[in-house]
Ligand binder design. Structure first.
Ligand code: ATP
Ligand code: MG
Length: 414
């Protein structure tokens, strides 16, 4: 083994870090199910083409962020960098078109070869939803309102804003791209080398550049909303008034584009100022062209993905009270009884941690350390009289209780 260290940009999740992740994932699963979504789990490994064909070879992800490997048979495989392409692949490979419209959600680890920094990891986790087979603006409104609701459920009210934009239909994008290219062609000598490549292959992508100088140049670039044809404009307006009706506040950001090739019409991001420069916690949009690019029949889609680690940074360590009760025995012989009492408590839904070694003083110290709310002490004399000692560790009072009343007495101080 090279180093006894996790790989750069990956983390072990334990205690608070783990609890926050599962709190977020559970809250998301519960809420998303209420909207009629079914969970799907696709493999972490996919053929490289799944991402190349869908995200596009000029996307940051495909051009420089994928972890790839070659099998002994010469197949190129990638650790998935995001979830939508895999869901679209699964949709095509499993012939799910017959079940449309389909609402799917996923959660799990994603992998990107990026420079690790605050809010940017090489292995991170996403929760995402995909609403397939509905081309009405209502589905955009619903997925955005679901995202908004999730952030509220996570206790993030007032900590984020919603930014939206429209990338229009293909016709609107064509005329925009024409003028954008013209504008950028005059600035070639100042553009970053990445952006110069994109100018040839996919100029729209330049709007997503993270290069400071590119960003400065772009501040004078033509603006997308001026190029939306009437149909695209209507679609966008309907979404905005739908959000208004639901009381969901948004900021229109004409420079918002998603970094991936398959987006059209709606693009949105939920952004926070509280975790530094990687402030986008949830992002998504409409991707009507995706399934077709993957070799399926044309199927519309709209969805989003949230970054669990970025959300975790916004959530306080959970204040849930530890419900552990320690069962302490005054002698080794009584530990076998502790095992029996512990089972009885556990079958009544009470978390029990038995302490197997050390004298009573040490065992009590341990019980306090793991924040037990109470201890059951099995003392020899009391036990012979059919009693146990119940010690309330929140105020250090104790009393003798009848063995038969164990569950009832513990529940009283829960
Ligand atoms: P960014 O602009 O921050 O690079 P992105 O456009 O690459 O984001 P998406 O592909 O839209 O991000 O992924 C959706 C969400 O997943 C992001 O909004 C973010 O919360 C999270 N995410 C993306 N990349 C990372 C990463 N490397 N580490 C942690 N979270 C990430
Ligand atoms: Mg990125």
């Amino acid at each position: 083994m090279k180093k006894i260290q996790p790989v750069r940009g990956t983390h072990d999740l334990i205690w608070d870090a783990y609890n926050k992740k599962s709190f977020i994932e559970n809250a998301a699963s519960d809420l998303i199910s209420l909207y009629g979504y079914d969970e799907i789990e696709t493999p972490i490994l996919e053929y490289i083409e799944v991402f190349k064909d869908s995200l596009g070879i000029t996307s940051d992800i495909v051009s420089k962020e994928m972890f790839t490997l070659t099998t002994s048979k010469g197949n190129h495989i990638a650790l998935r960098p995001e979830g939508t392409a895999g869901v679209a692949r699964a949709f095509v490979s499993n012939g799910l078109a017959q079940y449309l419209p389909l609402k799917l959600f996923y959660k799990g680890p994603m992998f990107r070869r990026e420079r690790p920094q605050k809010g940017r990891l090489r292995q991170f986790h996403q929760i995402g939803i995909e609403f397939l087979g509905d081309n009405s603006f209502f589905s955009d409104i619903e997925v955005i309102s679901l995202a908004n609701k999730l952030l509220l459920e996570l206790g993030l009210e007032g900590k984020f804003n919603l930014q939206i934009n429209s990338l229009g239909d293909a016709e609107s994008r064509q005329s925009y791209i024409k003028d954008l290219t013209k504008f950028l062609n005059d600035k070639r000598k100042d553009l970053s080398s990445d952006s110069l490549i994109r100018l040839e292959k996919n100029p729209l992508r330049i709007l997503d550049s993270k290069d400071k100088n590119d960003i400065k140049i772009l501040s004078n670039a033509p603006i997308f909303s001026d190029y939306l044809n009437p149909k695209s404009n209507e679609f966008y307006n309907n979404i905005k008034s739908g959000l208004d009706d639901l009381g969901i506040k948004y900021i229109e950001n004409p420079r918002l584009v998603r970094g991936l090739d398959y987006y059209c019409h709606t693009a949105f991001e939920f952004v926070t100022k509280e975790i530094g420069s990687q402030g986008t916690v949830l992002a998504g949009g409409r991707y009507d062209g995706l399934i077709q690019r993957m070799g399926g029949t044309a199927t519309s889609g709209v969805g989003w993905a949230a970054g669990v680690e970025r959300l975790s940074m916004l959530i306080k360590p959970n204040g849930v009270q530890n419900k552990i009760i320690s069962v302490i025995s005054s002698s080794d012989e009584l530990i076998s009884k502790a095992l029996i009492f512990a089972e009885e408590l556990r079958s009544n839904g009470i978390i029990v941690d038995i302490i197997f070694s050390g004298n009573i003083k040490k065992q009590l110290k341990r019980a306090n350390k793991i924040k037990s709310f109470a201890a059951i002490i099995i003392g020899e004399d009391e036990f012979l009289n059919g009693n146990l000692i119940l010690k309330d560790l929140s105020n250090s009072t104790q009393k003798e209780i009848k063995i038969g009343n164990l569950v009832k007495e513990v529940k009283k101080i829960l």
